[in-house]
Design a protein around this ligand. Structure first.
Ligand code: XIL
Length: 358
């Protein structure tokens, strides 16, 4: 099948999926319109179940303004068959998103947790640069002008590794050097000047996260000072009901980003409750929802917030153990109190946005 045939086939199949998903959507409450009224993206991580589960797809089309592939756009998945990436997963989500009026967030170009199985443990700077920038360029260029945001580099700080600047000890740091993050962002910008380029990390909202917050701020301040094309920082927001989070520290962190002209995004929100999940020892849904409500009440006050993404939409697919219930919908696609908490937060942001622009 020639390229144009494949593209038209993908577009036609995506359109068919979209029409099927919209049927009956009108009467159900939806997060998507609330997000638009708030001037934000609301999105969720999705996977191949998007194609085969009509009830999940319908919820995505109702609730989301954007989607992010959970694992199929990662280097290890795209390059699972060899050094040249299989770009079909890129094209399939592009076709569906464009047929559905959804924005795409690409996740993630460079992450120590998703290096290809063939990536060399030992490589000189020249070879490592060729591999990393080649991958970034191949993938981003294949979707040029069609992806709203890219998570360019993911989880590059680890103060516990003992590096003076808090960078995580990874093969790319060892092989390329401390400028690998800047180089990755520059390669992405050259491949798609229109994309918003994001640095993504975890533990930035945690009570224990001060060193992580400082290391990320140091990294992005250096990138900005060097004129690196970076547009925002993603806070993964994998919350554990038992651990809590430091909303004030997060607001200060976001204000530092705003001073640099950077977006603040919640990129992988879910709430892992303590214990084995609902029932004896586990937090019931209303306690999980209370964590969503309190966390998002602070988040929607952040001026440079541009999007909220949950890491999945239904417990059916969560990467957290199936016994827990960390997401807005349960396994049967019934909305839970967490869904209401997200809706309330978006309404609050929309009301504030309306007040400011009225
Ligand atoms: C996880 C996915 O949810 C899993 O399906 C996959 O097997 C491993 O990666 N931080 C990240 C995400 O940035 O890419 C990770 O996603 C979860 C932690």
């Amino acid at each position: 099948m020639g390229e144009i045939d494949r593209r038209s086939f993908l577009a036609a199949s995506a359109a068919a999926l979209t029409l099927a998903g919209h049927a009956g959507a009108a009467e159900l409450p939806a997060l998507g319109p609330l997000a638009k009224a708030a001037g934000l993206d609301f999105g969720a991580a999705v996977g191949p179940w998007l194609w085969r589960e009509a009830d999940f797809r319908a919820a995505v089309l109702r609730d989301c303004t954007a989607i992010v592939p959970e694992y199929e756009w990662k280097w290890d998945y795209l390059a699972r068959a060899g050094r040249r990436p299989d770009l079909q997963p890129i094209q399939r989500y592009l076709a569906f998103a464009e047929a559905s009026g959804l924005a795409l967030r690409g996740h993630t170009l460079v992450w120590h947790g998703a290096m290809p199985p063939w990536y060399p443990a030992a490589a000189g700077r020249r070879e490592a640069l060729r591999l990393m920038t080649g991958h970034v360029t191949d993938v981003v260029a294949s979707a040029r002008g069609r992806v709203r945001r890219w998570d360019v580099v993911n989880e590059a700080v680890a103060p516990e590794d003992g590096e003076p600047d808090g960078l995580r000890r990874t093969p790319l740091l060892a092989q390329i050097g401390r400028d690998y993050v800047e180089i990755a962002f520059r390669a992405a910008a050259e491949a798609d000047p229109a994309a918003r380029l994001i640095y993504n990390d975890y533990g930035l909202d945690a009570p224990y996260g001060a060193a992580r917050r400082e290391a990320v701020l140091r990294l992005v301040e250096q990138l900005v000072a060097r004129g690196t094309p970076i547009h925002g920082v993603g806070v993964q927001s994998h919350l554990a009901a038992a651990d809590g989070y430091d909303g004030e520290a997060l607001a200060v962190f976001a204000a530092r980003l705003q001073e640099m002209g950077l977006e603040f995004l919640v990129t992988e929100l879910d709430v892992a409750n303590p214990g084995p999940g609902p029932g004896p020892g586990g937090a019931p849904d209303h306690e999980v929802a209370a964590v969503y409500a309190h966390y998002l009440a602070g988040v929607v006050e952040i001026p440079n917030l541009t999007g909220i993404f949950t890491w999945g939409l239904s417990d059916r697919h969560s990467w957290i153990t199936a016994s827990q219930r960390p997401l807005p919908y349960d396994g049967a696609m019934r909305p839970k109190p967490a869904w209401d908490a997200i809706a309330d937060a978006l309404r609050r942001r929309a009301a504030e946005t309306h007040r400011l622009t009225a």
